[in-house]
Each structure stands twice: as structure tokens, then as C-alpha cells.
Design a protein around this ligand. Structure first.
Ligand code: PEP
Length: 256
């Protein structure tokens, strides 16, 4: 399986011109990648213009940062799975901690996951605890986010699921804003994988990529993928700097 590296641009950059320039630099930098699938998750607004510069042969995929679960109709401000798909989106991030902080519940996350997976796009389910609890190996909040987020979803749809473990305290703009350590990531993601085995069986679960996110940059990326044994990374801040992000992609590309 190729490693997946997702650039979550959040509400950046400020103009379409800057977005296009950043995407184009990354596109050129990603050209030689063989072992890594690079993904850009820009604000909705920039998706159509970036989609235009990505040919079928490009090593870059497009993701959305959110979605609405209804198919269409009177839902002011919302965007559906079919609209995203028609704009070239292949993956959708669901349940990011910054959306959960705005009131998104596991029930809402579940509806969004059903919409993404039902439209044959890949869903990136974000889970993670707000604070590190030393005595608890696997915080209940992560278990709940997995079980409630994935409830009543057909097992066959799990092949398009990606899980991103993002301890909120490790996100660069939140809490301590300092990366977790690879040993800890290895332990928690092993438990996440075991939980997924229990839910859908080993065969299906082994196809689910498990990523880490939280203050990853070009300097520490390699350690997380190598020693943390994750299948990829979700990157916020460092993905807004083309040089850093391309450097990060190349570090991961080197890992066998
Ligand atoms: C994120 O918010 O998903 C994230 C990983 O951000 P950062 O890389 O800036 O910590």
C-alpha cells in the first residue's frame, strides 16, 4: 500500500492565486513519487481551480475538508457528496477536531461518513483525545469516536476508509502544539487497528490505512512513518509551505 500524506490547508491561503501557486508547486514536487500518494485538502472554494491543473496522470489527489450528508435541496451553505465528486474530489476529511470543537457530534460524523463512503469516495475519519492521560492506554473517547462514527456502515464500504489519529494537544495550533512521539503513536495506532479488526474482521481491517497527525513537518515525518509504523500522515501547518511539504513527501518516499 502507498503511504498517504494529506495536506489540510484549513482556511488558507487567502486568495485563489496563492492557492493555485501552492498547489502547482506541490504538483511539480510530487511528480517523481512512487511510494507516496499526496493529497491536497484546500478550502472548498479552490477545489475547481486546483482540479484543472491536475491531470489524470498527476501524483496528487484532491480532498475536501468537510461534507454535508444530504443529497441536495434546501441546505444553505452546505455541499453534498455528489457535488464534491463531480469537482474531482477523491477523499473527504470527516470529524476533524476543529469541526468537533464547533459542535460536530459522533452522530453527525456517522452521517457524513455514510455520505462519503456511499458515494464511493474515500473517507478520512479523524479521532483523538484532547489531553494525554498517562494511566490510560486507549482513551474511551477514541473508542467512542470509532464505534459511534462507524456504526451501521456496511462492512464492504470499509475498504474506502482511512483513520487519522490526531491527539488534539499535539496539533500545532492547539494545546501544547508539540508532536507526540513515534513510540506512543505505534502503541495507540496498534490499538486502533485491533479495534478495527474486532469491528470488521482482519481481512477488511488490514486494508484500512491508519495515519498520524499533529505538528508533523519535514524533520520529524520520517520517524512517525518508520518507527510509529503509520501508513501516512495528516499535515496542517507544514503543508502551507511548498518547500517544507515537498521535503516531507520526499522523506516518506525514501522509506521502504
Ligand atoms: C491538523 O490540524 O490536522 C494538523 C495535523 O495540524 P498541524 O500539522 O498544524 O499540527
Amino acid at each position: 500500500m502507498k503511504k498517504i500524506i494529506i495536506a489540510n490547508w484549513k482556511m488558507n491561503p487567502q486568495t485563489a492565486r496563492q492557492a493555485l501557486q501552492l498547489a502547482d508547486e506541490v504538483r511539480r514536487g510530487a511528480k517523481s513519487l512512487k511510494n507516496v500518494e499526496a493529497v491536497l485538502a484546500p478550502p472548498f472554494l479552490y477545489i475547481p481551480i486546483i482540479s484543472k491543473i491536475l491531470s489524470g496522470k498527476s501524483n496528487l489527489r484532491l480532498a475536501a475538508q468537510d461534507i454535508f450528508w444530504e443529497k441536495g435541496g434546501a441546505y444553505t451553505g452546505e455541499i453534498s457528496a455528489d457535488q464534491l465528486k463531480a469537482s474531482g474530489v477523491k477523499l473527504v476529511i470527516v470529524g476533524h477536531s476543529e469541526r468537533r470543537a464547533l459542535g460536530e457530534t459522533n452522530e453527525i460524523v456517522n452521517k457524513k461518513l455514510k455520505a462519503v463512503l456511499g458515494a464511493s469516495m474515500r473517507a478520512v475519519l479523524c479521532v483523538g483525545e484532547a489531553e494525554r492521560q498517562k494511566e490510560v492506554a486507549f482513551p474511551k473517547i477514541i473508542r467512542d469516536e470509532l464505534h459511534e462514527g462507524l456504526t451501521r456502515i456496511k462492512k464492504s464500504l470499509f475498504r474506502n476508509l482511512v483513520v487519522a489519529y490526531e491527539p488534539i494537544w499535539a496539533i500545532s495550533t492547539a494545546g501544547r502544539g508539540r508532536a507526540d512521539n513515534p513510540q506512543n503513536i505505534y502503541e495507540i495506532t496498534t490499538i486502533i487497528r485491533r479495534e478495527l479488526y474486532r469491528m470488521v474482521g482482519k481481512r477488511t481491517a488490514s486494508k484500512i490505512s491508519v495515519l498520524y497527525g499533529g505538528s508533523v513537518d519535514d524533520k520529524n515525518a520520517r520517524a512517525f512513518v518508520k518507527d510509529g509504523a503509520v501508513d501516512g500522515l495528516l499535515v496542517g501547518g507544514a503543508s502551507l509551505d511548498a518547500k517544507k511539504f515537498i521535503g516531507l513527501l520526499k522523506e516518506v518516499e525514501k522509506i521502504q
